[in-house]
Design a protein around this ligand. Structure first.
Ligand code: FAD
Length: 379
């Protein structure tokens, strides 16, 4: 039996970031079921940092996280780079674009309203005018994140501070014993700690059930991304992350190619999410609807799970019904861009470090993050 102060279940971005912040406060062991860290949601995201998503708590955590993404990583890699986000509207989306601009304004001082000519100048392939795109808002404070660099950096920080991240360690049983938690992996290894952090993404309710803790009713929703080549001679490298003001479509450049997403949210089971033919075809049809780019061939596609609480605000806090059981879940579609904030919140709530004033200024309190708040639990 290996003992620790903090046991973390789940080696996605939530688990590794939290582990890196807990390691200075005690022996920290992270257990990941797969042979590779970040294999599930954290390795399948669009890796964007922007304010066009989520409620005010999410936007506040995103703003707080900026300093971390701009700081140099220990391994010399860039954790992120500036890359604007463009929100576009057809005539019937104009009201939603106005509201979005107002919602983003407190968090970004680099917003600019664009008319149709301004939008076309930035992404010439958009179908503009008439029933097409007629206006936009560009946020030049947005960033592109490097998910792999982030995860490596968090794991390196964990290791440097004496912590351990163990792959191929699927938690199969959890027992409350002697005032702490004993965890048994599928291979029969045992680990014990007074604090268990549940950072198991789409599986977090399953981990709670293993521990005899009431599940939150988390909802894993599948989302699909396709990758395709732009037409010959069409230089896309400097195109922004481009998203409709309503949740219908987004597109962004990646190594000379384009990624597109139909903004699908299909209820799914925790597992190795795979793209469905229907959603791939939907993504392609939306590219052809919003742009003049014909899709001749889809190079590649993938799907991942975005797991939400009932009110779509992530949870970070101890369960009321089990001592030392800490929920770190429900990161939905913003788990990368909020991971620095979520990990600092976790450190504060578990290790007792001061709650950052900047979080309070953004209206983010322990109560707002609590799994016990009204709205966190389904049903
Ligand atoms: C298509 C798509 C686009 C996205 N775009 C963005 C974006 O642009 N910006 C952004 O910030 N976010 C984005 N997201 C959301 C982001 O990817 C997630 O919020 C984030 O990855 C969640 O991290 P996690 O660590 O909670 O989950 P995961 O990465 O899924 O990690 C959970 C881990 O727990 C492990 N686990 C489960 N059960 C056990 C067990 N019994 N024992 C041990 N380990 C276990 C799993 O193997 C897994 O590795 C996107 C997501 C998708 C799918």
């Amino acid at each position: 039996m290996k003992t620790a102060d903090f046991l973390i279940v789940g080696g996605g971005i939530a688990g590794v970031s939290a582990a890196s912040r807990l390691a200075p406060h005690g022996r920290t062991i992270l257990l990941e079921a797969e042979s590779a860290f970040g294999y599930h949601s954290s390795g399948r995201s669009a890796t964007f940092y922007h304010f066009g998503i989520g409620k005010s708590v999410v936007r506040g955590m995103t703003a707080f996280s900026r300093a971390h993404f701009e700081s140099p990583a220990a391994n010399g890699l860039d954790l992120s780079r500036p890359s604007p986000a463009l929100f576009i509207a057809t005539p019937e989306m104009l009201g939603v674009l106005d509201a979005l601009e107002q919602e983003m304004a407190p968090y970004s001082d680099r917003l600019e309203r664009l008319d149709v000519a301004g939008v076309r100048a930035i992404v010439p392939a958009l179908n503009c005018g008439g029933e097409g795109i007629v206006a936009g808002v560009i946020d030049r404070a947005a960033r592109r994140l490097d998910s792999e660099a982030l995860q490596q950096d968090y794991r390196a920080a964990l290791k440097k501070q004496g912590g351990e991240a163990i792959a191929d360690a699927r938690v199969a049983a959890i027992a409350r014993e002697g005032g702490g938690w004993t965890v048994t992996t599928a291979a029969g290894e045992k680990f014990a700690a007074p604090v268990l952090v549940n950072a198991a993404g789409a599986w977090a309710d399953g981990i709670a059930r293993l521990a005899g803790v009431a599940p939150l009713g988390l909802r894993p929703l599948r989302r699909t991304i396709i990758v395709f080549d732009p037409p010959e001679g069409c230089e896309v490298r400097d195109w922004p992350f481009t998203k409709t003001a309503v949740d219908d479509f987004y597109m962004l450049p990646e190594s000379g190619r384009l990624l597109a997403c139909p903004v699908d949210e299909v209820p799914d089971e925790p597992g190795d999410a795979q793209p469905e033919e229907y959603d791939i075809a939907l993504a392609a049809s939306k590219v052809e609807h919003y742009t003049s780019i014909p899709i001749r061939r889809i190079n590649h596609s993938w799907a991942g799970l975005r797991t939400f609480t009932e009110d779509r605000v992530p949870v970070a806090g101890f369960a009321a019904d089990a001592d030392g059981f800490f929920w770190l879940a429900g990161q939905g579609g913003y788990g990368l861009q909020t991971s620095p904030a979520m990990s600092v919140i976790t450190e504060s709530l578990i290790a007792g470090t001061p709650w950052p004033a900047e979080l309070t200024d953004w209206g983010i309190t322990p109560a707002a993050m609590s799994p016990e708040r009204p709205g966190a639990r389904r049903g």
